[in-house]
Design a protein around this ligand. Structure first.
Ligand SMILES: *[C@@H]1O[C@H](CO)[C@@H](O)[C@H](O)[C@H]1NC(C)=O
Ligand SMILES: *[C@@H]1O[C@H](CO)[C@@H](O)[C@H](O)[C@H]1NC(C)=O
Ligand SMILES: *[C@@H]1O[C@H](CO)[C@@H](O)[C@H](O)[C@H]1NC(C)=O
Ligand SMILES: *[C@@H]1O[C@H](CO)[C@@H](O)[C@H](O)[C@H]1NC(C)=O
Ligand SMILES: *[C@@H]1O[C@H](CO)[C@@H](O)[C@H](O)[C@H]1NC(C)=O
Ligand SMILES: [Zn+2]
Length: 352
C-alpha cells in the first residue's frame, strides 16, 4: 500500500465524506509493475534501503532522504516532512551514532522542512549551496535552519571514512539544487529531476529552468553510479531508469516541437491544430479577449503533444497521464520561449 492511499483512505473513512461521485473520478492507465519496489512497512511507515559502504536511503513511499554512516557519526541528506518524526527512528535501526552533518539538496520545504528535527545538536553542520542559503534567508522558516557552510561550485564533504562530492552545475529544478555523490557506495542523489519508473510530477517536476532540467539527465549519466536517489516515491533507480525517463522527455520535447510547427501551418482538413482554425471560433465567442485566444491555442497544441506522447509511454512508465497535460504545457512553453521555436508567433509565420 502506498503513502497517499494510506493517508487519504484513513481520512475518508474517518469523516465519511465523499467529494467526487464515482462517475467523475478520473481513471488513468494502470501502473506497470516495474514502477514499484516492495512497499514500505505498514507498521513503521518507512523502509530503509542499504546500498553498502554505510550508504542508506529512507523512504515513506512518497519522499526519500539519504544517510551515510561514518566511524563516529551520521551524515544526513535532506529531511522530508512526510518522513518527519520517522527519520531518526529509521537511522536508529542502523546505528546509534549522532547526526553530525546535514546536506540540503535544495531549499524546498517538501524536502528539508523537517531539518529542525536534527537541530538540537548545536555543533550540527549544515551544508548547502549559496543560493539555497539565500533562498532560505528570504523566507526564514524555522523548520529549515540556515546552512552553516555554503559553497559555489563544488565541495568535498569529508567526515571520517565518508566522502560526499557536492557539485552545483547551474539552475534546473531550482537554483541551488546540487548533485550529491558518494564514490565508495556509487550513490548519486539529485532531487526533483528523475523519478525512477515514473513520468515526471507536474510541470516537469516544477522545473524553474527547463533547459537546465533537461540537461541534468546528461549530467547525472556522466557519473559512475549504481543507485540514483531522486527524492520521490518509493524506490531508487539505476542508470537504465534515468535513461528511460530521459528518452521519455526527448519524445515529449520532439512531439511538442512538432505540434508547435504544425500549428503554424495553414488550416486544412488534416491539420487539427492549425492556429488560424483553432483561434477563429474563440475570437468570435470572446471578442477582444487576447488571453482567451492564446489559452485555447496553447491548450490545443499541448493536448496534441500530450496525446501523441501518451500513445507510446503509458505502458512504459507509470503515471505519465495524470500530469501529462501540465508536462506537455511546460515543455511547449519552454520550447517557445527558451528554445525560440514560436510556431505561428515567429517572424513571418501565419500570425505575424
Ligand atoms: C500492508 O497492508 C496491506 C493491507 O492490509 C497489505 O495488503 C500489504 O501487504 C501490507 N504491506 C506490508 C509491507 O506489510
Ligand atoms: C565507514 O564506517 C562505517 C561505520 O564503521 C561503515 O559502516 C561504513 O561501511 C564505512 N564506509 C566506508 C566508505 O568506509
Ligand atoms: C553532536 O555532534 C557532535 C559532532 O559529531 C558529536 O560529537 C556530539 O556527540 C553530538 N551531540 C549529540 C547530543 O548528539
Ligand atoms: C495539410 O497540412 C499538413 C500540415 O501542414 C500538410 O502536411 C499536408 O500536406 C496538407 N494537406 C493538403 C491537402 O494540403
Ligand atoms: C487528445 O485526445 C483526446 C482523447 O482521445 C481527444 O478528445 C482530443 O481531441 C485530443 N486532442 C487533440 C488536440 O488532438
Ligand atoms: Zn523541489
Amino acid at each position: 500500500m502506498h503513502f497517499f492511499s494510506v493517508l487519504f483512505a484513513t481520512a475518508t473513512v474517518a469523516t465519511g465524506v465523499v467529494y467526487l461521485p464515482e462517475s467523475v473520478v478520473p481513471t488513468y492507465a494502470p501502473i506497470p509493475a516495474a514502477a514499484n519496489e516492495p512497499p514500505v512497512s505498514n507498521s513503521t511507515g518507512y523502509r530503509v534501503d542499504n546500498f553498502g559502504a554505510g550508504a542508506y536511503m529512507v523512504t515513506d513511499g512518497s519522499y526519500q532522504a539519504a544517510f551515510f554512516v561514518t566511524t563516529t557519526s551520521v551524515v544526513v541528506v535532506d529531511a522530508p516532512p512526510t518522513i518527519g518524526n520517522k527519520l531518526l527512528p529509521a537511522i536508529r535501526t542502523i546505528t546509534q551514532l549522532p547526526v553530525s552533518h546535514v546536506v540540503y539538496s535544495h531549499a524546498h520545504a517538501d524536502h528539508i522542512g523537517a531539518a529542525y528535527l536534527y537541530g538540537s545538536n548545536k555543533t550540527l553542520e549544515i551544508i548547502a549551496h549559496r543560493l539555497t542559503a539565500e533562498e532560505l534567508a528570504e523566507t526564514s522558516d524555522p523548520n529549515r535552519p540556515a546552512p552553516t557552510t555554503t559553497f559555489e561550485h563544488s565541495y568535498k564533504l569529508q567526515v571520517d571514512n565518508q566522502t560526499l562530492d557536492l557539485s552545483y552545475k547551474g539552475p534546473n529544478h531550482e537554483p541551488g539544487n546540487i548533485f550529491i555523490y558518494s564514490k565508495s557506495s556509487k550513490v548519486l542523489m539529485v532531487v526533483d529531476i528523475a523519478v525512477p519508473g515514473w513520468g515526471p510530477f507536474a510541470s516537469l517536476m516544477e522545473a524553474q529552468n527547463v533547459p537546465g532540467f533537461l540537461k541534468a539527465f546528461d549530467q547525472i549519466l556522466a557519473y559512475d553510479f549504481d543507485h540514483y536517489i531522486g527524492g520521490h516515491l518509493d524506490r531508487s533507480g539505476t542508470r537504465a531508469d534515468v535513461q528511460l525517463e530521459q528518452e521519455y522527455l526527448t519524445d515529449l520535447f520532439n512531439n511538442c516541437k512538432d505540434a508547435l510547427l504544425l500549428s503554424g501551418d495553414p488550416p486544412n482538413s488534416t491539420n487539427p491544430i492549425s492556429s488560424g482554425a483553432v483561434i477563429a471560433p474563440v475570437i468570435a465567442a470572446n471578442p477582444g479577449n487576447s488571453w482567451a485566444e492564446f489559452k485555447v491555442y496553447l491548450d490545443t497544441v499541448a493536448d496534441f503533444c500530450n496525446n501523441k506522447t501518451n500513445e507510446k509511454w503509458l505502458t512504459r512508465l507509470a503515471g505519465v497521464d495524470p500530469f501529462g497535460p501540465e508536462n506537455a504545457f511546460a515543455m511547449m512553453e519552454s520550447i517557445r520561449i527558451d528554445y525560440g521555436i514560436l510556431g505561428p508567433f515567429g517572424v513571418g509565420n501565419s500570425l505575424t
